[in-house]
Write a protein that binds this ligand. Structure first.
Ligand SMILES: Cc1cc2nc3c(=O)[nH]c(=O)nc-3n(C[C@H](O)[C@H](O)[C@H](O)COP(=O)(O)OP(=O)(O)OC[C@H]3O[C@@H](n4cnc5c(N)ncnc54)[C@H](O)[C@@H]3O)c2cc1C
Length: 396
């Protein structure tokens, strides 16, 4: 006899998982890898097919390595141990860190490695899957373009700074934002570049910087500016590119994206869903970096989700951990930014002179990048200026 199948059940039947991760950037792939390694059934979806480009300088602070249980050497293009600081293209000074403080990667390759590790750990991946709608009703159900649907007990929304998933779920509203632009240029003959040096160009009003990060085949240029100045990014980056002798180089890629910042208690988890990485605004306002925090929050997201699976389903521990472990660091980075750019605006020459000749400022920066210290510890050690900056920031 043929089995009796209810038509309604067939229509509504979708693939079920313990957790669906939306977005296969560093935050999503890390959360998926840790969840799958702990035995959870995980589906990770991304609108892109991988490897995919992501507008990013690809500067990965060395401290990121200690968050990952595998080496990233295979995707490191260069490691930098020197920083050259210029002011609107004019040489100011250079500092050596002794040992490398950051790796330079191409995000296509770096993100593909992280995703591959998630798949090896057992996470299922569905590329080309743009999530359009999410239902939350005791569990999670995603609806994507093309009709694909899946259900899970939890969702980790790691879908980047625009976070359409977060918007749908009412999470991550009212965050601060800034604009950034990235251009990859093949070095023409005569270009001023050094494989172990990251160049930072200051002098953008009221704050921001342009960069040149060395990669194996291209120079990665870019600029980060306050929100509202997006229309100037392209011209200012072109000016900087020309100043470094790259004007004749062929442009491989040029794209902008926003970066967003969680500054206080913006809601990043609710019901059975949470935001990780850029979706949660976990980027540092001094450098604009977010890869470290994306990976860190991906790990926190996995821990919190596993905890919730084994208990009452509450993801409250996620917000608590982010608030105690990541937010103090992001707040300290914001204070450093406020102090640094504030001094640069008020007293450019003396501040550049002081920055050049105050060795411990750079030691503190390099130690933070390498994971031997933190912004929070360093701002605590130097109470006067950071304290003043923090007070002014609160009044601003
Ligand atoms: C120009 C620029 C330069 C930067 N340079 C640096 C740097 O040098 N160092 C550094 O540490 N940080 C840098 N950052 C920040 C860094 O890029 C981010 O912090 C980091 O990518 C965050 O990772 P993530 O996993 O949270 O999100 P992302 O890497 O943005 O990944 C999000 C993923 O979600 C997917 N997605 C989005 N919407 C959907 C949807 N509806 N359905 C399915 N999938 C979806 C996307 O395709 C994407 O793959 C830079 C940012 C910019 C804009």
């Amino acid at each position: 006899m043929l089995p009796v199948v209810s038509l309604a059940a067939t229509i509504n039947e979708v693939e079920r998982f313990d957790t669906i991760v939306i977005g296969a950037g560093p935050a999503g792939s890390t959360a998926a890898r840790e969840l799958a390694a702990a035995g959870a059934r995980v589906l990770i979806v991304d609108r892109a097919t991988f490897p995919r480009y992501k507008a990013c300088g690809g500067g990965v602070p060395l401290r990121t390595e200690r968050l990952l249980p595998f080496p990233v050497d295979s995707v490191v293009e260069q490691s930098v141990s020197r920083i050259e600081v210029t002011y609107r293209g004019k040489h100011s000074f250079a500092k050596r860190s002794g040992a490398p403080f950051a790796h330079m990667v191409m995000r296509e390759r770096f993100d593909a490695l992280l995703l591959e590790k998630a798949q090896v750990a057992g996470a299922a991946f569905r590329a080309g899957t743009t999530v359009r709608r999410i239902e939350q009703d005791g569990g999670i159900r995603i609806h994507s373009e093309g009709g694909f649907e899946a259900a899970a007990d939890f969702a980790v929304c790691a879908d980047g700074a625009h976070s359409p998933a977060g918007k749908q779920l009412g999470l991550g509203a009212n965050m601060a934002e800034c604009a950034a632009w990235e251009v990859e240029v093949a070095a023409p003959a005569g270009a001023r570049t050094s494989s172990a040096t990251a160049v930072i160009d200051l002098g953008y009003d009221p704050w921001g910087y342009a960069w040149l990060f060395p990669k194996a085949r291209v120079g990665s240029f870019g600029i980060v500016l306050p929100q509202g100045q997006g229309n100037q990014m392209k011209a200012l980056t072109d000016e900087f590119i020309a100043g470094r002798g790259f004007a004749g180089g062929s442009v491989q890629m040029a794209r902008g994206h926003k970066i967003r910042f969680r500054r206080g208690d913006e809601v990043i988890a609710g019901g059975r869903a949470l935001l990780a990485g850029d979706a949660a605004g976990l980027a540092d306002e001094f450098t604009g970096e977010g890869i470290f925090y994306a990976i860190d929050s991906g790990r926190t997201a996995a821990r919190a989700t596993l905890r919730a699976m084994g208990t009452d389903g509450s993801l409250d521990s996620y917000t608590r951990e982010i608030d105690t472990q990541i937010m103090p660091e992001l707040r300290a980075a914001r204070i450093v930014a406020f102090m640094f750019y504030g001094m640069l605006r008020r007293a450019r020459r003396p501040w550049l002179f002081a920055s050049n000749h105050t060795g411990f400022l750079w030691d503190a920066f390099f130690a933070t990048q390498r994971g031997e210290s933190t912004y929070a510890r360093e701002t605590g050690r130097l109470p006067l200026l950071p304290k003043l900056a923090a007070r002014m920031m609160e009044q601003a």
